[in-house]
Design a protein around this ligand. Structure first.
Ligand SMILES: Nc1ncnc2c1ncn2[C@@H]1O[C@H](COP(=O)(O)OP(=O)(O)OP(=O)(O)O)[C@@H](O)[C@H]1O
Ligand SMILES: [Mg+2]
Length: 217
C-alpha cells in the first residue's frame, strides 16, 4: 500500500529531514513510527499524504507515484486517507457535529445517512454529548478526539496519525488506541507516529524507527 524507494527530503534551507529511506507497508498493517524529536516522523507521514514531496526517490501510495499526482487528482487521492495531524485545523465557526459532517458532504453523502455516520464517529471518540458545541470550547485532548472523528468518518482505507495520543490522559489514549486497533482488525492500514514506546510494546504492531532522518535497522 505504501512504498518508499530511496526517499530523501530536504526542506528549503538545506536541512535533510529524511535520507534515503526505503520501506514497504502492506495493506492491513499496523505500523508505529518512532524516533527522537526531529527524527523525521511528521515529514514521513506528510510525504505519504502528499502534503510534502520528496526531493529525490519515489513515494508510492496505492500504486500511485505521489510526485506525479496532478493538483486536480489530489482530492480523490486524499479521499482514501484519514489524516490526524496536529496542525490540521478544525473549523472554529462550525459546530463539533458540522466538523465531522463536512468530509461526508464533500463526498456527496448528505441527509440522515450522513448524520448517522457523523454521530457514530463522535460516539466512538466520546464526544457525542458535545455535538452542538463549538470546537474552541473543547479542551486540547477533546479537540484531538474531534480530529480523529473527522478523519475516520469517511471510512478511509489508510489512516495516518501524527502523535494522536500526545495530549491525552492514559484512559483516553488507551481508548483511542483500542479504536485504532478495531479499525485495523477490519482491514484499515494504520501508520501512527509516537514517542511512547510503551504504547508500541502494548499494541505490538510493527515499529519503524527513524534516527536523524534514517531508518534504523
Ligand atoms: N517545513 C519545514 N521547513 C524546514 N525544516 C523543517 C520543516 N519541517 C520539519 N523540518 C525539519 O526537519 C526535521 C524533521 O522534522 P519532523 O517534523 O519530521 O520531525 P519529527 O520526528 O516529527 O519530530 P517531533 O517528534 O518533534 O514531532 C527537523 O529537523 C525539522 O526542523
Ligand atoms: Mg512530528
Amino acid at each position: 500500500m505504501i512504498e518508499f524507494e530511496q526517499v530523501t527530503k530536504r526542506y528549503p534551507g538545506g536541512h535533510e529531514a529524511l535520507s534515503e529511506v526505503s520501506l514497504a507497508i502492506a495493506q492491513g498493517e499496523l505500523v508505529f513510527l518512532t524516533g527522537h524529536s526531529g527524527a523525521g516522523k511528521s515529514t514521513l507521514l506528510k510525504l505519504v499524504a502528499a502534503i510534502e514531496r520528496p526531493t529525490s526517490g519515489h513515494v508510492i501510495v496505492n500504486g500511485q507515484n505521489v510526485s506525479r499526482l496532478k493538483r486536480a487528482a489530489m482530492p480523490y487521492f486524499r479521499r482514501n486517507i484519514g489524516l490526524i495531524f496536529q496542525d490540521h485545523k478544525l473549523l472554529y465557526d462550525r459546530s463539533v457535529f458540522d466538523n465531522v459532517l463536512l468530509p461526508l458532504h464533500i463526498q456527496g453523502l448528505t441527509g440522515q445517512d450522513a448524520a448517522k455516520r457523523a454521530r457514530a464517529a463522535l460516539d466512538k471518540v466520546g464526544l457525542l454529548g458535545r455535538e452542538r458545541a463549538r470546537p474552541i470550547t473543547l479542551s486540547g485532548g477533546e479537540q484531538q478526539r474531534l480530529c480523529i472523528a473527522r478523519a475516520i468518518v469517511s471510512r478511509p482505507a489508510l489512516v495516518l496519525a501524527d502523535e494522536p495520543t500526545a495530549n491525552l490522559d492514559e484512559a483516553y489514549a488507551n481508548d483511542i488506541m483500542d479504536m485504532f486497533r478495531a479499525f485495523n482488525q477490519v482491514g484499515v492500514t494504520l501508520v501512527i507516529s509516537t514517542h511512547d514506546l510503551d504504547l508500541v510494546r502494548r499494541y505490538g504492531g510493527r515499529a519503524l524507527t527513524l534516527d536523524h532522518g534514517r531508518l534504523a535497522a
